[in-house]
Write a new protein. Structure first.
Length: 195
C-alpha cells in the first residue's frame, strides 16, 4: 500500500513539474517556451538606430509592425537559407497586400560594414523597400540580442552558431511574436493582426 502511495505521489509531483516546465504543456523545448512567453507577454523594444546597407540610418521601432531576423553576412549555411526564406516571405506578404518593413540585422557589426550588408542584400534581392539589411552600433548589439533572446556563440571556424527565427515588432514597439522562417501563413496572419 505504501509503495502505491509513493508511486502516485511521485507521479503527481512529476506531472506538476512537467506542467510548470512546459508552460502548462504548451512548450516542450526552451525555444517553444520562449515563443509562448513572448506571445503571452510582448516586451518593449529599445529605441535603437540601425545603419542600413546604403549607409543611411533608421529607427528599429517606428510605429509600424516590423519583421526582423538576425544574420551575419559571411555565414555560409543557415543565414543564406534564412535569407532565401525572408525573400519568399517578402513575396508572400506582397501577394497578400501586406506591406511591412523587414530588416535583416547583422550581429557582427564590426565585420559587416555597409558594403558587406549590400552584398548580402544583392544576393537575396533585398532592395531596401520593404526589406533592408542593417547593423546596430557595436554598443547596442547586446541590448538587441537580449531583447530578442537571440543566442550567438562563436564557433571554432570563426563563425557563429545562433538561433534563427522571424521576429515581430508590433506597432506599439513591442517584441510580440516568434516564428519559424517558413511559417509564411502564420506570419502573414500575425502581421495582419498587428496592422
Amino acid at each position: 500500500m505504501h509503495g502505491a502511495l509513493y508511486t502516485i505521489g511521485a507521479a503527481l509531483l512529476g506531472g506538476a513539474a512537467l506542467w510548470h516546465a512546459t508552460d502548462g504543456l504548451q512548450a516542450i523545448t526552451a525555444e517553444g517556451a520562449r515563443r509562448v512567453a513572448i506571445a503571452q507577454s510582448p516586451e518593449p523594444v529599445s529605441p535603437i538606430v540601425l545603419e542600413t546597407m546604403t549607409g543611411a540610418h533608421r529607427d528599429l521601432v517606428d510605429g509600424r509592425p516590423t519583421l526582423v531576423e538576425f544574420i551575419y553576412t559571411t555565414c555560409p549555411t543557415i543565414c543564406q537559407a534564412s535569407g532565401g526564406n525572408f525573400a519568399e516571405l517578402r513575396d508572400h506578404l506582397r501577394a497578400a497586400n501586406l506591406q511591412v518593413p523587414m530588416i535583416s540585422i547583422s550581429f557582427d557589426p564590426i565585420k559587416d560594414d555597409p558594403q558587406a550588408l549590400q552584398n548580402y542584400a544583392d544576393i537575396h534581392t533585398a532592395t531596401g523597400t520593404p526589406w533592408t539589411v542593417a547593423r546596430p552600433r557595436p554598443e547596442d548589439l547586446q541590448t538587441l540580442l537580449d531583447t530578442f533572446r537571440v543566442t550567438v556563440i562563436p564557433d571554432i571556424w570563426g563563425g557563429y552558431e545562433h538561433n534563427v527565427a522571424v521576429l515581430l515588432i508590433d506597432r506599439g514597439g513591442r517584441f510580440a511574436g516568434i516564428f519559424d522562417t517558413r511559417e509564411f501563413a502564420d506570419i502573414a496572419s500575425a502581421v495582419e493582426s498587428a496592422l
